[in-house]
Write a protein that binds this ligand. Structure first.
Ligand SMILES: [Zn+2]
Length: 491
């Protein structure tokens, strides 16, 4: 069923669920192992602020070199803290990526995002549970209704404020909880004698984009009215493959997106200002994302049906008085955050087998980085319409052909600088991440041994977790299309 009371021509909640697929303490010495860049020192444990700017691709952050001034707050944090230049998400959409961030586990260990599973199991031990057991106050503030109790993400949080499904149904108006106000009220009632762990998901950069009175990131000569005309009546995520708009509309969409990135950055600034005014000291701030976004690359928009660099490379910035400033080029992945924060807090790390964030001196992670997109009917919580979600996914891909490689399970294995993209339905492809998407003729090619090794690993992973067994796409009947249109799911 559709979310109760929602049978109007509003943007349905699950559409956002399916952008990608349907969707300090006296630290014991041991706690610092592997954290060569950190110096926890002695004293009370640090309070931890973990912020996910949803849908933030790394190159939308000015500290990553875009030169646009989109993110002055993140840039300042990065200048004083640690900037991870090669951080990667484990999936191109919200739910599996947050599951890895919250548990420190790889996708094939927590299972979220595979075979239709979208709810974090009770058996998983979360970062909030570990920090809570270590004496931390825990609170979460989520502007994304998918990061909610419906999906198991409330585990370990004593306080959980989330935008409701109904509010997200109205996302066309970008209604949300007021995170700064929510944090303000929580700070008034919390115990200042204890360290806190606060998680925040900011949804600004997720489509649909707000049309603001002023947006310095729109292309020259494009007015707010022009942008409004482009957005009116369109579903950005539907405009893929043969429906992809021309160069100017793509630049406008990117400008709207960057305006929302700047909005999220202002919220980060407001939250930090609030904490500073409240007298919170010894604070570790970590800002990252759950996935990126396409703007026409590979004939895609949004963050579905893809394991390309544009949706996997994310920003990752760590800031705090005990964090040495550094740019860290060693590749790393989102789940490493959990291990690092648990170690920082001196909390129990039982079951966290993956390493934490790499020190400046590390050249490579000890294992290949894995990202998965599982093209499977989602087993959604009751408030969501799984059948309609699946049909809309098929509708979007009607405009795609075999060369677009958007159907079926897919897997990205990264052994920097090379990546093997494995597809259940298409031949695999090697990517040189140094080429920036252009020609890699002047770069050392991967050796035949490397290619063979990555292929064998991809095939072994796929066989072990059962990738490639998803259903084939079904052609939509005219009646189905009309039904979806009448419910407002498609235009
Ligand atoms: Zn997301």
């Amino acid at each position: 069923m559709i979310v109760a009371g929602s049978r109007t021509r509003r943007r349905p909640l699950w559409r956002r669920a399916f952008r990608a697929g349907a969707l300090a303490l006296g630290l014991p010495t041991a706690a610092l192992l592997g954290l060569g860049c950190f110096d926890g020192g002695s004293g009370p444990p640090p309070s931890i602020l973990l912020i996910v700017v949803d849908t933030l691709r790394a190159d939308a952050v000015s500290a990553y070199g875009n030169g646009l001034g989109t993110t002055p707050t993140l840039d300042a944090l990065a200048a004083q803290g640690q900037l991870y230049t090669r951080a990667y998400a484990p999936s191109p959409w919200t739910v599996p990526s947050h599951a890895s961030l919250f548990t420190g586990l790889a996708i094939d260990d927590h299972g979220v995002g595979l075979h239709g599973r979208v709810v974090l199991p009770e058996t998983a031990t979360t970062l909030a549970e570990r920090l809570g057991a270590a004496g931390y106050e825990t609170a979460a503030f989520s502007e994304n209704a998918l990061i909610s109790a419906d999906f198991g993400f409330d585990q370990g949080f004593a306080h959980f404020a989330v935008r409701t499904a109904e509010q997200q149904m109205d996302a066309g108006e970008k209604k949300s909880i007021d995170v700064v106000d929510e944090v303000t009220r929580w700070l008034r009632v919390r115990d200042p004698q204890r360290p806190f762990f606060v998680f925040i998901n900011l949804y600004d950069a997720h489509e649909p984009y707000a049309i603001r009175a002023s947006n310095p990131f729109l292309p020259a000569g494009i007015t707010t009215a022009d942008a409004r005309r482009l957005e009116a009546g369109r579903r950005t995520s539907h405009l893929i493959c043969d429906r992809l708009p021309g160069e100017t509309p793509l630049r406008i969409l990117r400008g709207l997106y960057l305006g929302e990135v700047a909005s999220a950055d202002r919220k980060v600034k407001a939250i930090l200002t609030l904490l500073e005014a409240t007298g919170v000291d010894n604070l570790i701030t970590l800002v990252t994302s759950d996935h990126g976004e396409h703007f026409g690359e590979h004939r895609l928009l949004d963050h579905e049906f893809s394991v390309h660099e544009e949706v996997l490379r994310i920003p990752l910035v760590v800031h705090g008085a005990s964090v040495e400033a550094a740019q860290i080029d060693a590749p790393t992945e989102l789940r490493a955050v959990a291990r690092t924060l648990v170690d920082w807090a001196g909390a129990d790390s039982t079951g966290l087998t993956a390493p934490g964030l790499p020190p400046e001196s590390a050249a490579q992670p000890p294992v290949d980085l894995v990202a998965v997109y599982s093209d499977h009917r989602m087993r959604l919580p009751p408030a969501f319409d799984a059948d309609a979600a699946q049909k809309v996914q098929d509708f979007k891909r009607q405009a795609c052909g075999d060369t677009d490689r958007v159907f079926g399970d897919m897997l990205a294995l990264t052994r920097y600088p090379f990546r093997l993209n494995w597809y259940a339905r298409y031949p695999s492809e090697m990517v040189d991440l140094r080429s920036g998407g252009g020609s890699s003729d002047s770069l050392d090619p991967p050796s035949p041994e490397l290619i063979a090794s990555l292929r064998a690993e991809a095939q072994g992973f796929a066989a072990r977790v059962g990738l490639g067994q998803a259903r084939a796409p079904e052609p939509l009947t005219r009646e189905s299309e009309e039904a979806l249109r009448s419910l407002g799911y498609i235009d």
